[in-house]
Design a protein around this ligand. Structure first.
Ligand code: AMP
Length: 279
């Protein structure tokens, strides 16, 4: 496994691989890797000759300095896990390498960037689009893999790829969960045992909504689910919404032929968690 820390190094490696017609899959991450990330690495390995994983905690997508500072960083462990899972190249650039020049872009994609995470975390998607665009330009992959865990991000990155006309296939992958149902997340490392139990309310409430979709009107379903989440005073709900999976328009009722998604964000203690399911 090659570990590269600079843009120049990585470009040299990539260009020599392209010369011999190797196809490249790319998995951008912020590290503190878990089986959710590894599921993407496995898909990358299956779909191309070479898998590239980046580990970069992107400062511009954090709204709060304290969140950035406490974000878990476990680069050595990450590299071991990647090596064990047949990753070919790991790119671990510094902030200066990535933000070498004026690369910042604004992502104003209407509803897609305006609702849910976009409304609660102002500027977050500008940071995400900026860094992924930059990484795409450096890695020049054929395919890039993203988790449905960040369902809105996946839709926005598809749109970004289209708008900037990148010749890169964007593939989404299902959410990997703990046996308990908790969606795997690097931020779960910041949860105490008690927090983790409270966090389980997120996936169980989403699942309850999925299971009762046919029994109730959409608005009643949401109302009940919000009540369930609000009954725990250690959980602070930011949003629970059902949207059209493609346009992200808020749905007032379930319509046949339209795929819907239920998404939630909440603080458990000081840790902000997100989850979603098809509904
Ligand atoms: P992150 O390191 O949190 O920026 O995530 C890197 C990639 O892994 C993103 O495409 C995420 O959506 C994806 N990812 C994170 N958690 C999971 C999970 N539990 N299951 C599947 N993909 C995930």
């Amino acid at each position: 496994m090659i570990i590269s820390h600079t843009v120049k190094d990585l470009r040299e490696v990539i260009s020599s691989l392209k010369k011999i017609n190797k196809t490249i899959s790319f998995v951008p991450t912020m590290g503190a890797l878990h089986q959710g990330h590894i599921s993407l690495v496995n898909l990358a390995n299956e779909s191309s000759d070479i898998s590239v994983v980046s580990i970069f905690v992107n400062p511009t997508q954090f709204n709060e300095k304290s969140d950035l500072e406490k974000y878990p960083r476990t680069v050595e462990e990450d590299c071991k896990l990647l090596q064990k899972n047949q990753c070919d190249i790991v790119f671990i650039p510094s902030v200066e390498e990535v933000y070498c020049c004026d690369i910042s872009c604004q992502a104003d994609y209407g509803i897609l960037t305006g609702v849910l995470e976009g409304a609660k975390r102002l500027g977050h998607f500008d940071g995400v689009v900026t860094v992924v665009k930059r990484l795409f330009e450096i890695v020049e992959p054929d395919v890039a893999f993203f988790g449905e865990k960040d369902f809105q991000q996946l839709a926005i990155l598809r749109e970004m790829t289209r708008r900037y006309d990148f010749n890169i296939e964007i593939k989404g992958a299902p959410i990997i969960r703990e046996e308990s149902g908790l969606a795997m997340s690097s931020r779960n490392r910041l949860l105490s045992k008690r927090d983790e139990e409270i966090a389980l309310n997120l996936s169980s409430t989403l699942q309850w909504c999925v299971d009762h979709r046919a029994n109730y009107e959409l608005s009643f379903l949401l109302e009940k689910a919000k009540e369930m989440l609000s009954s725990n005073e250690l959980l602070k709900l930011e949003y629970l919404e059902i949207v059209d999976s493609e346009t992200f328009e808020s749905l007032k009722s379930f319509e046949s032929g339209k795929e819907a998604r239920i998404l939630v964000a909440a603080y458990v203690g000081k840790v902000r968690l997100i989850d979603n399911m098809a509904i």
